[in-house]
Design a protein around this ligand. Structure first.
Ligand SMILES: *Cc1c(COP(=O)(O)O)cnc(C)c1O
Length: 357
């Protein structure tokens, strides 16, 4: 196993040199005007990448993505809400469990694994007093990308607050908060931002901020009221993952320098296409409808998905992403996010041919 490790999971993923240079250093003390300046710039640049409407804000939480999902359920929603949860896999299921735990009344739109969301699934949910909708833009467990313009239209028609977990879709697929009228978008450091895990962000439009201000706080560490208040001066209520926030700044500048979000999109889409075209003739079924650019879920036609993942890891030093639960015997995933070059991708395809043919 002499070759360099290549990581094609969906996070944590490979980081670029600009990021590694920053995240490999000792963390500086952070209650300083210098750090505050960087945080304010992080906020501004994140809002630009998301096309957040005027008056939006970003809360930076030192937590994995689930921490931000939980924080949104705790702080943006309240016990008077009637919530629709789109559940097409393990991340949709997580939103349902969070609603259960925090006593938010909810109804699930359950989808068959790998199937996308159709307008007909919302039939019967109009005019029923629903106040909020929780959705994972890409359900990372199956790689399905939901039709966000359709979801947005349904929410606008019904005056429903739209909260989007775009943790895996951000930068991989097109997402504009203002156009879609999204109240809050959740993102995380370890997916297409390709930083170390540990920071999650909730970008909130004014309607979400207003709710946070009005709602009674139900927690301390994940309080968005506190995050927003401290954020006014470029700070966080508690010690954040300082090195990741600094590396976020380096990465945001890198994205800007290399052509912005459109270029980043195109780059990830090209990596995904190269892979999908490259393995088209192999005995694998890319079964998911409407795939996100961030990941491809594959069903094996014979043999075990777990064996394939292990062979790649042990024999080739290439990491693929296993699926959890029973489905993990037949389904695994290949990520297209992070610092993957066309050359890395060619090597991946070559190994796929070697292992599967
Ligand atoms: C990765 C991911 C998360 C966050 O998972 P953590 O392990 O808590 O970081 C949440 N939602 C989606 C859609 C994801 O892809």
């Amino acid at each position: 196993m002499s070759e360099k490790m290549l990581n094609f999971t969906v996070g944590p993923v490979m980081s670029c040199d600009e990021v590694l240079e920053v995240s490999g250093k000792s963390a500086p003390y952070f209650r300083t005007p210098e750090f505050s300046e960087i945080m304010k710039e992080n906020e501004k640049m994140m809002m630009e990448l998301l096309s957040a409407p005027k008056g939006s804000r970003v809360a930076f939480l030192t937590a994995s993505g689930t921490g931000a999902m939980e924080s949104a359920v705790m702080n943006i929603l309240n016990d008077k809400d009637k919530v629709i949860v789109v559940n097409g896999g393990s991340f949709g299921q997580r939103f349902a469990e969070l609603c259960e735990l925090h006593k938010r009344e909810y109804t699930e739109v359950k989808l068959e694994f790998g199937k996308t969301l159709k307008k007909s699934e919302f039939a019967g949910l109009s005019g029923k007093g629903y106040t909020a909708l929780l959705i994972n833009m890409c359900e990372t467990s199956s790689g399905v990308l939901y039709d966000m313009p359709m979801v947005s239209e349904f929410c606008k028609e019904n005056g429903i607050l739209l909260i989007v977990d775009a943790i895996s879709a951000f930068l991989a697929d097109e997402l504009e908060m203002d156009k879609l009228g999204i109240a809050a978008v959740i993102t995380s450091s370890q997916k297409a931002l390709a930083l170390h895990p540990g920071i999650s962000m909730i970008t909130m439009a004014p309607e979400a901020i207003e709710r946070v201000e009005k709602n009674t706080e139900t927690g301390m560490y994940l309080s968005l009221k506190e995050a927003l208040k401290n954020g006014e001066r470029g700070q966080t209520p508690f010690t954040p993952a300082v090195a990741i926030l600094l590396s976020l700044n380096a990465r945001l500048h890198q994205i800007e320098k290399t052509g912005g979000k459109k270029a980043e999109h195109k780059r990830i889409a090209a990596i995904a296409k190269q892979f999908r075209d490259g393995i088209a003739d192999l005995p694998l079924d890319a079964f998911s409808e409407m795939q996100s650019n961030c990941v491809t879920a594959l069903r094996v036609k014979e043999g075990s998905a777990k064996d394939i993942v292990n062979t790649f890891k042990d024999k080739y030093n290439i990491w693929l992403c296993p699926n959890g639960g029973e489905i993990g015997n037949t389904v695994f995933r290949v990520g297209h996010i992070g610092n993957i070059t066309a050359e890395d991708n060619s090597r991946l395809i070559e190994v796929f041919k070697e292992v599967l043919e």
